[in-house]
Each structure stands twice: as C-alpha cells, then as structure tokens.
Design a protein around this ligand. Structure first.
Ligand SMILES: [Zn+2]
Length: 692
C-alpha cells in the first residue's frame, strides 16, 4: 500500500480484502444465535430500507423509498400484484413442495426419506420464493404467508452445518466437491448463497426477523471468508453464475460490515489463480476484472447480474473504472443487444447474447430472468445517475419482456419470451413448472417488490419514475413528511393526476419522468401549464409545495410504428407497434378467419387509416386493442414453394383489418391458436388491390 504504483490494482484490492476479513472476523461473533454486530442497523432501519438500501451509499444520487411506503391501489399493477400474492406465490410454494425442493432440506435432518431432486441450483428457487414472500409482507401483514415463510426458513436453517455451510446438493458423497474449481464454475453454490442472502434481506426488511439473515452471515463468515479469497493461505473464488456480488453488497448495506463489500470487490475483480478458457470468462461473465469488459456476451442472466453487482460496487466505492465500463456495456445493451420488449439474450444455445444486432424473433430466448436482470441493473444505474434513460429501460422491460413471463391468472410462466411464435412445432410456451424453475419465483419477487420502484428521493426532492394508482407516504430527505397520490388509468390512458402533500409548505423539486416515447406531453401545476417537458428526461418542478397542490400530466398515447436498425436483419422490412409503454402484437385468433399472420402486412402508407384504439374490458383482463389497416397476400405462404422467381408483377393482396393486443397478454387464450408476431411485415410491393 505504500507504493501502490508498484503493485497491480488487483494485488492492492486483494491485500485490502484480506486485511478487512481478518480484522472483522476477530471482532465479530458469527456462531451465536444472533449475529448482531456493533454496526448493525437500529430497529427502525429495517423498516426504512427499500428494494436497495442505498441511503448511505456515497455514490448514489437517488435513494430508494421503502416498499411499504408505497401502496399500489386498484389499476394495472394492482390487479397483477393481487394475483401474484393471492395465487402465484402460494401456488409456487406448493409446487416447490411437490417437486421435492423442501424435501431436499428435510432429508438432511431426518425428516424426509425422499431422494435429492432438482438441479444444483434448486435451493435458490426456495430462496427466491422467500424473497417474493418477504417483499409481499412489506406491503402488508399476511399472517398465513408470514407463518409459511417462517416455517420454510426454519427448515432451511436447520440444515446449516457448524461451519456455516448450507447447501442441499453438495452433501454426503458430494460434500468433497464443495467449491472445487469445476463446481465453482457449474455448481451454483455461491449463486444459491446469493439468493439466500437476498431472501433473508427481504424477509428481514419485512419483519425485522434475522433468522435467515444470520444464517447467511454465518455461511459467509464461518465458511467462505476464512477459506476463500485473496492471499496464499486461501483458495481462489470464481463466482460461476454472478449473483453473489450484488447480494454481498446488499448484505454490507444491511449490516454495515465492510468485509462483505470487499469480498464482492474481490470477486468482481476475478482471481487469476483460477485458469479458465476464454469461453469460460465469456459464458460465465466473471473471472476477469469486470472493468476489462467491452461488450455484453455469454449467458445473459449471468451478464445482467454481474452488471448489477458491478453497479452496486460503484455505488459504494465511486470507482470510475467501473462506471466507465458500465456505461460502455449499457450502450451495447440498448444499441445492439436489447429487444423492443426489453428482453435480452437472443440465443437459446447457452441462453446467451448473440452477435451485435442478432435479435431473431421466433427463436428469441429472452429469458424472463434476463429481462428482470435488465430491470435490476437499470434500477442501480438510475440510483447512480438520476438519468431518466435508465427508467425508460425499466419501464420497457417491466411492462413487456417481464410482464409477458407470467400468465394473466398468475399460475403459468414463460421461460422464453419470443417475439414470434408458431405453435405448430408443438412447443408450449407457458407452463406451471420447469425443472429449472428460476423464472417463476423471479417474476414473483419482481411484482412483489414493485412499489419500491415508483419513486426515489434525492437531496433535491422526489423523483416519480413509474405511473399507476398509488399512494406514497414517506418523507423528503430533510425529514419533512410527504404524501403523494397518483390517480390514473395508465397505461391505457396517458393522464395522471399527482396530488402532492408535504406535511408543511416546503420548497423542493418534484422530478416528473417524461417517458422517451411520449410526444407532446402536457404538464400543469394547479392548472397552470408548465413548459419544458422533454421526452426521456425528468421535468424538474421546483416550487414551494403545499398541501392541496396537484400536478396533472398528459402523455402522448398515440400508437407508434417502430422500426429496428437495418442491421437487425431479422427485423428487416418489419415494424413493431407501440402505444405508451406497451409493445403490441398480433395473435392469430384476433385476425379475420383464414388469414395467416405469415401473409399479413401492416399498411404504413401515409394515406393509410390511422390507428383506432378501443378499451375492451372483458378481453384479457381489460386491454386497449389497436386496429390498423393491413393487407394479406393472395399468394398464401402455406401454398407457396420455398422459392419463387421474382417477377415484375407482384402477387395481389387484399385489404384487411389487423387487430393488435398488448404483447404481455399473448398466449393467454386457446392454445391451439397461439401465434404471436410483434414486428410485423410492412412495405411490400403488393399491387392490384393494395399497393404499399
Ligand atoms: Zn429464469
């Protein structure tokens, strides 16, 4: 440390981590029933912590508000969240039981004779469910759910070994494989632990109960830190499936124990004592310094979770090399790698990112978990910068690529979220259970945590990120009580009424997010028009706010035709339809009898009739349907040969009306008729009848 120029940054970090771990271990009793350290937050703190607890993070410009401070009332997300807590979370718990996920724990304490079931990462399904329950309990007491979560936590911690190790897969004959290099790559031990921490933290923030939190600290302090990390007396770490990084940093934020942050930094840096082929660094998105990354590649969920952890690390350390890399990767994401739905990960093979602009529709992978990872990463970037472009991505992913992942009744889930789908191949897209069931509880925890994403505070005031009927009961950062009530029919309608009621007249800024898609946004305060709205930015309304003040916002909700960069060859000649935050799609059963979507075109001539929109309350839980003129080629794709000679006379087409529904709601009706096509063909030369 005396001559930092003579040692590499990597060595420097390693030394610091080692020292921190040793000193804190000596001072910290982690084997007792309670691991309350000297820096543990006071009782009041856990209730005040949001999805992330970044109040003390030196490089966070925005701070989370607690999930419990925001009540989402009846409306778009209210309905979705009700189904999540009434149906999805309880039914998933039953499925976890039925598929042996709890038996895996019970067997180890002699309470079940069932054999081990499920892949190596099965414990994480239980933890992710616990996190969903934890967030749900932050929105209100549910004694039954609370008791069930307590029971599960009890069954989990009963399995913990005296060393702190806790994993139901690497036991018995497999205990010798623990944290072996190959198992670090593929065994998901640290991934499971990361989810255990996140579940523990969500439940702690709901109830103040530290049982699972203490257990996860025992794992880290008793097993991990004494045996693994930098230094000649410890074994190196390769996270394998990034997740542990962001979890360790949230554990640091929750407990104030800096060794967790340092250990996360060590993992993000990579330990070059572990030699992995280049493919490994690419696929696992770990093992080399995060700050050497130049583009997104490899397994999409791994990459998104790594970016989450790296952003968390930046929020705590201010390390500019991290911010620089994160910006480079984010530009890669939105300019070359993201679907119009906010989904990421183009390839099924390796669940991976493809080449730049490789965004196929029918074979799109777009795993629900990856879209969720995208939202989580952007939430962290938003905290770091206060820039609305990150909230735009959050909204895009949330309403589309994430929301599509759960059926409207809350019991079926997508693993893949393709943008085109032909059911004739027999593939079933929505299922109640997957043996790799990462996505269902991930969707559940996301919807359960949603109130925590509507607002942030900063020293200047309050940020409004997302719009829905809701009530905020919180305070400004100077402690002044503040209530904010939103009334709206968003996303079906672009009008939002925001009642702002500080406890006493107070000057601050209300940062109203103007979504990037909204043209001609109108904003008024107490009926007086306010200028300066710019799409994709926050409009700062600074004034002395007093109870009774009202902001009215009208977003431009005209449907839009969106086209991709021509380098996205799969979208060449196609367009997507968007209205507000929602991407729309065509489903076969909404179209005229006998018309194949393969033969349909969207009429994009200037002279074409404009979009017609209509709210249909009985359709798909109530949606705005969009209609637009289209055309159907008389030469049916099903009757054509594979190749036809191009002639001067193009096939004729007849006009038709195309009927669009929101993409998230696709595949919720008769299975045999499912077919979705988000980017639709356009601009054919179809003469005689309809010419484009
Ligand atoms: Zn998944």
């Amino acid at each position: 440390m005396n001559k930092p120029s003579q040692i590499s940054r990597r060595q420097f970090v390693g030394t610091a981590v080692s020292a921190a771990a040793a000193s804190s271990l000596a001072a910290h009793s982690f084997l007792g029933s309670s691991a309350m350290g000297a820096t543990a937050p006071s009782v009041a703190d856990w209730k005040d912590e949001g999805v992330l607890f970044v109040d003390k993070s030196p490089y966070a410009k925005l701070h989370n508000v607690p999930v419990r401070a925001v009540t989402i009332t009846e409306g778009f997300w209210g309905a979705r969240r009700q189904i999540n807590v009434d149906s999805s979370i309880p039914s998933m718990e039953k499925l976890l039981e039925a598929n042996g996920r709890m038996d895996n724990f019970l067997r180890l304490v002699g309470q079940s004779s069932a054999a081990q079931r499920g892949p190596v990462y099965s414990d994480s399904d239980v933890y992710k469910w616990t996190e969903a329950a934890g967030f749900a309990l932050q929105s209100g007491d549910r004694p039954e759910l609370h008791a069930l979560t307590n029971k599960i936590i009890k069954e989990v911690v009963a399995v913990q070994e005296p060393s702190g190790y806790l994993n139901t897969y690497y036991v018995g004959d497999k205990a010798k494989d623990r944290m072996q290099p190959d198992v670090q790559r593929w065994g998901h031990e640290l991934y499971n632990l990361g989810h255990m921490m996140q579940g523990a933290i969500a439940f702690y923030r709901a109830t103040g109960d530290r049982t699972l939190l203490d257990a996860s600290m025992r794992f880290v302090d008793g097993y991990l830190l004494p045996n693994f990390g930098p230094g000649p007396d410890k074994k190196p770490v390769f996270s394998g499936h990034p997740e542990i990084e962001m979890a360790l940093i949230e554990l640091y934020r929750t407990t104030g124990e800096k060794r967790y942050l340092d250990f996360a930094g060590y993992i993000l840096q990579g330990d070059d004592r572990i030699k992995v082929q280049k493919y490994g660094y690419v696929y696992h998105f770990c093992g080399i310094p995060f700050t050497t990354r130049t583009h997104l590649e490899g397994h999409a969920v791994r990459a998104m979770y790594a970016c989450c952890g790296a952003t968390d690390y930046y929020l705590e350390t201010g390390d500019q090399a991290y911010l620089k890399t994160l910006n480079v990767l984010w530009e890669d994401l939105v300019n070359r790698q993201m679907y119009v739905t906010g989904g990421v990960g183009a390839r099924s093979q390796g669940e991976a990112f493809g080449e730049p602009y490789e965004l196929p529709n029918f074979t799109a992978y777009g795993e629900s978990c990856a879209a969720i990872g995208n939202m989580m990463w952007n939430w962290r970037m938003l905290a770091a910068t206060g820039e609305a472009k990150y909230a735009d991505v959050i909204e895009r992913a949330l309403y589309n690529g994430i929301n599509s992942g759960m059926s409207l009744d809350g019991t079926l889930y997508c693993y893949r979220n393709p943008l085109g789908f032909d059911p004739s191949n027999g593939d079933k897209i929505r299922n109640p259970w997957y043996d790799t069931t990462c996505c269902p509880p991930n969707l559940e925890r996301t919807f359960a945590s949603l109130p925590g994403y509507l607002y942030s505070t900063s020293k200047d005031g309050l940020y409004v990120h997302l719009y829905d009927n809701s009530k905020l009961d919180w305070h400004l950062e100077d402690g002044t009580g503040l209530q904010v009530t939103q009334k709206t029919n968003y996303p079906w309608d672009g009008s939002v009424e925001i009642a702002v009621a500080p406890a006493r007249p107070t000057e601050f800024s209300l940062f109203v997010r103007i979504p990037g898609w909204s043209d001609g946004t109108q904003v008024a305060v107490n009926g007086q028009a306010v200028s300066g709205s710019t799409p994709g930015q926050y409009l700062a309304l600074r004034r002395r706010w007093a109870p009774g003040d009202t902001v009215t916002v009208k977003f431009g909700m005209s449907p839009q035709v969106i086209e991709a960069n021509p380098r996205v060859v799969d979208d060449f000649g196609r367009a997507a339809v968007q209205r507000g935050p929602l991407i729309y799609c065509l489903e076969q059963l909404d179209q005229p009898e006998g018309m194949s979507l393969f033969d349909a075109r969207l009429d994009t001539r200037q002279a074409a009739p404009r979009f017609a929109t209509e709210f249909e309350k009985d359709l798909l839980g109530g949606v705005v349907v969009i209609k637009h003129l289209g055309a159907v080629s008389e030469r049916s794709s099903s009757g054509s040969r594979l190749y036809e000679r191009l002639t001067a006379t193009a096939p004729t087409a007849r006009a038709t009306e195309l009927r669009f529904i929101p993409y998230y709601a696709w595949a919720n009706r008769a299975a045999t008729q499912m077919q979705v096509w988000t980017p639709v063909l356009r601009r054919g030369t179809l003469n005689q009848g309809v010419t484009f």
